[in-house]
Design a protein around this ligand. Structure first.
Ligand code: CP
Length: 319
């Protein structure tokens, strides 16, 4: 059971509770995921009482892309553990945006101010590049359309919390499976479990074949479908996502799929009564607001999983 570091040169035993960078779900094995989910569950009571455990530590949040949940839940997690936070939430006010500073120089500067760097960046591979230049741990808070590993873990935590277990479930990943980084991380995390997967997307937004092949290689039963109705049937978990408008090279491609995948009360009626609907949020119309009052709608409860899961990750990295 190992946590493989960015360069694959060093390994850190998770049993010892120590982590360094957190760049990709690919760096984890099932036991690592289980340990993080256990630690997150333990954080539920700590989050209420608060702790001073990280009172000597500073977390820098460098958000080169917009965020509400990821940045604020990381900040909430750090504050609940007694730590301090600094950073920027808009690249325009940083020297990277305002003066053209390189990512490498930004990281080599901020590592001198903070004990851990949480970074979101629009480019695939950016988190690994940052880790190459950093002497302090880097946590990937979303790198292009590639990955969003802490979201993947909070989604796993939510599934376990609301369904009691992960093995044996039927999970449908829906929406923008091409550009949606959350489904890439969640799909890879689920591939360590005995889960049946439906991938539901418009033809132009299907999951990349490399990820589908990786899931199949891991032994998952994977079915690709092209409608929300198919995704809802027999699903224990429906994970809906936003069409990632900002990632389309040609806006006419976005216009062609906009509004095509949508969950209304009619679609909810197709689900098992004890099924759940998750969404990483923000949503922009793909789940009707009437759905919010149904027992299946868990996406706002899912938001809180971000606090305890990120508390667990920060504690394991900084303790
Ligand atoms: N789920 C998620 O990444 O949300 P934000 O973009 O608001 O951080």
């Amino acid at each position: 059971m190992v946590w493989c570091l960015l360069s694959q040169m060093t390994e850190v035993q998770l049993e010892m509770g120590t982590l360094h960078n957190f760049i990709s779900i690919h760096d984890l094995v099932r036991d690592d995921i289980e340990l993080i989910l256990e630690q997150a569950a333990a954080m539920e009571s700590v989050a209420i009482k608060r702790s001073k455990e990280l009172s000597t530590k500073i977390m820098a949040c460098l958000f080169f892309e917009a965020s509400t949940r990821t940045r604020l839940s990381f900040e909430s997690a750090m504050l609940k553990l007694g730590g301090s936070v600094l950073g920027f939430a808009d690249v325009v006010v940083s020297s990277a945006g305002g003066k053209g500073e390189t990512l490498a120089d930004t990281i080599r500067t901020v590592e001198r101010y903070a004990d851990v760097i949480v970074m979101r960046h629009p480019l695939d591979g950016s988190a690994r590049v940052a880790a190459e230049f950093s002497s302090v741990p880097i946590i990937n808070a979303g790198s292009g359309s590639e990955e969003h590993p802490t979201q993947g873990l909070l989604d796993m935590y939510s599934i376990k919390k609301f369904k009691g277990n992960i093995d044996g479930l039927s999970v449908s990943l829906c929406g923008d499976l091409k550009y949606g980084r959350t489904v890439h991380s969640l799909g890879m995390a689920l591939s360590h479990y005995d889960v049946k997967i439906k991938l539901a997307a418009p033809p132009t937004l299907r999951m990349k074949p490399a990820i589908v092949n990786e899931m199949k290689k891991a032994g998952m039963e994977v079915k690709e479908v092209d409608s929300v109705e198919e995704a809802m049937k027999d699903a224990d978990v429906v994970y809906m996502t936003r069409i990632q408008k900002e990632r389309f090279p040609d806006i006419s491609e976005y216009d062609a799929v906009r509004g095509k995948f949508r969950i209304s009360l009619d679609e909810v009626a197709l689900m098992p009564e004890d099924g759940i609907i998750l969404h990483p949020l923000p949503r922009v119309g793909e789940i009707d607001s009437e759905v919010d009052a149904t027992p299946q709608a868990k996406y706002f409860d899912q938001v809180y999983s971000g606090v305890v899961t990120r508390m667990a990750i920060l504690k394991m990295i900084l303790s």
